[in-house]
Design a protein around this ligand. Structure first.
Ligand SMILES: [Zn+2]
Length: 261
């Protein structure tokens, strides 16, 4: 059994693994991923995991459980071109399709080394998934190439890599984790920035309380729209057939409307 710390990593492992592996996702659908603490029942279930993919530092409680499991832990942040926010590494790499592609290549290699008899299948499926990510990346780049606004005001600091990939600038109300509370000073500065820059949309996030985004939007006369961080999509979205690609395309449409592209 292969473990994946949260949704985007599970999406990679399921795509690359196909029928050859069983995947256990540690964060259940719709649960907040940053602060998630595995239950004793989950920890027992994870005892059969041979390899677990995670992003070291993103989910401290999950990292602690991984430490005691004895499974081989693979940190998919290793080797990626990372950015810091303050003194913290920004873990939200999956929102740049090219970084997700790099992680997919790594998952393919790790699985192929672990189960050599299945290596051809892993490599083929990894290549297919990367082709789809390349196509998504091209769509995103084309769709965001010419926008009236390039300032992305978000609820928490999740979209830094997406912004870097497509020439946008992110300003977040809270920090790297949604539980980082903004100060009154931060809120005042953001409100000034929204007014000065003529920002028309403040972006809230699926699965997080929208009150901060709504307050900022109300105070400045901007509108608000909802983006998917794809950290832990709600069960009803997944049941309706949504996946990484459909949620990123929904983000693209929301960004194009909100930024005037
Ligand atoms: Zn986040």
């Amino acid at each position: 059994m292969i473990g994946a710390a949260f949704y985007p990593l599970a999406a990679i492992v399921e795509a690359v693994g196909g029928d050859a592996v069983r995947v256990e996702t540690i964060v259940p659908a719709g649960e907040e991923a940053h602060e998630f603490e595995p239950t004793p029942g989950q920890i027992t279930a994870l005892e059969q995991v041979e390899i677990v993919f995670h992003l070291a530092g993103f989910q401290p409680a999950v990292d602690e459980v991984i430490d005691v499991l004895g499974a081989r832990a693979v940190d998919l942040l290793a080797g990626l071109p990372l950015e810091n926010v303050g003194d913290e590494v920004d873990p939200h790499v999956w929102l740049d399709p090219q970084l997700l592609a790099a992680m997919t290549r790594e998952v393919g290699q790790v699985l192929a080394a672990e189960l050599p008899a299945e290596a051809v299948g892993f490599t083929t499926r990894a290549d297919d998934f990367i082709d789809r990510l390349d196509a998504l990346d091209t769509e995103m780049a084309d769709g965001l190439a010419a926008c009236a606004g390039r300032l992305l005001v978000t609820t928490h600091e999740a979209f830094g890599y997406l912004a870097r990939a497509y020439g946008l600038e992110q300003m977040a109300i809270s920090g790297i984790s949604p539980s980082d509370e903004p100060s009154a000073k931060t809120l005042t500065e953001l409100a000034d920035l929204v007014r000065d820059q003529g920002v028309t949309t403040v972006f809230a996030e699926e699965g997080l309380p929208a009150d901060l985004a709504r307050t900022l939007a109300d105070e400045t006369g901007a509108g608000s729209a909802t983006l998917h961080t794809i950290e832990s999509p709600a069960a009803d979205l997944l049941a309706a057939g949504d996946d990484y690609f459909s949620l990123m395309r929904a983000n693209l449409a929301t960004l194009r409307a909100g930024l005037g592209c």
